[in-house]
Design a protein around this ligand. Sequence first.
Ligand code: MTE
Length: 313
Amino acid sequence: MLIKNDDASLTKEVTDPQVFKARRKIIQAAIALGATASVSAAANEKKAYQHVPIGPYSKKLQVTDYEDAINYTNFYEFSTNKKDSTVLAQALKISPWQVLIEGEVDKPGLYDFEDILKKVNLEERIYRFRCVEAWSMVVPWIGFPLHQLIKQVQPTSRAKFVEFTTVLQPDVMPGLRYSSLKWPYTEGLRMDEAMHPLTLMATGMYDEKLPKQNGAPLRLVVPWKYGFKSIKSIIKIRFLENMPSTAWNTSAPGEYGFYANVNPAVPHPRWSQARERVLGASIFTPKRKTEKFNGYGEQVAALYSGMNLKKYY
Ligand code: MTE
């Protein structure tokens, strides 16, 4: 599904990270030459972003600066510190990469990442992202809707859930020595959530390949759920009849549920979830009000009709 941009003015409201990066390069080059920066060159760069489909949900929100999005990461296999994980993750080995598909599926197997890419359509989508720790960003992801892969491997009628597993590379992942979470990191979705057109398997961001610290070469992005659902560096996808356990739910069941839908009305036991700190914003900028389903209610609320979302958090 391509997300249509019905509002031509949206592009003006978005801080284009490519422009930011290009301007910085131009300014650096200009300083080196003793000349002033060329504004028209930066304007040309902006065209590169005009094809990006921006959904109504990102209206009036600024795209997070690339530098902020890649330098403040959660990747506990490396470190629980958001800056250390960014540095340590550079040691992750991502080539060759294979994904094991197993469980309730007619076409199980070990698939080469490159072969998966040949059979899907990559798109660029700007999604809101909301971490359970109450910070948020707006990221232009590159990826393919997960349903494209699911349809190819043909789940059986017994498949009701999908489980994802992150790679284990103990030689380069110092965080695995600590029991901050149960390793390997796993996550799960109900089948209808996995098939939803907004659910993305990301392979890149900001017009570039996915940085290692952000989950290269393949990570999940579910824009209406808290960030911990966005499992990184996936090596296994398993189709199941029963709900799988997940890394955070296993470690702290009272704090992190299976569903993890963004919901300002359900506080985390140790803090409110009603407001969010926009990553990169100045300390004087007031926090934003968090929206139910992270602003994607129109698209996804029907998945949960009749469910008590305080109980199934
Ligand atoms: N995936 C793995 N394998 N390990 C992790 O520690 N952290 C999760 C999620 N995916 C995590 C993970 C959490 S808590 C968040 S908020 C997001 O990744 C952060 O994504 P980002 O670092 O790209 O912003």
